[in-house]
Design a protein around this ligand. Sequence first.
Ligand code: SF4
Ligand code: F3S
Length: 106
Amino acid sequence: PFVVTENCIKCKYTDCVEVCPVDCFHEGPNFLVIDPEECIDCTLCEPECPVSAIYPEDDVPAGQERFAALNAELAKEWPVIATRKEPLPDAAEWDGKPDKLPLLQR
Ligand code: SF4
Ligand code: F3S
């Protein structure tokens, strides 16, 4: 499956959800995740993210391996999102900031 990684946190552009043919994105307060049990590896979402936060599970950036398990865990808790919405207000400022994981809201 594909995995949403750290750079989505506090950005949440949601361009990714519009293209997913199986509606496997789930939405939390400041982050999205992909349900690994639903993702069919179509690759369509990856180029849609303006902050390049989406990767195949076997190509997640070094140091972000934990995001695969985090996507699986949070997909069970958060509701599906299939329609794009406005990004978070300071999305542009948070693009590329390091160490955003502690800022993830559940
Ligand atoms: Fe959805 Fe395809 Fe992205 Fe998987 S790879 S989350 S199926 S758009
Ligand atoms: Fe996040 Fe990128 Fe989607 S910022 S909400 S993974 S478009």
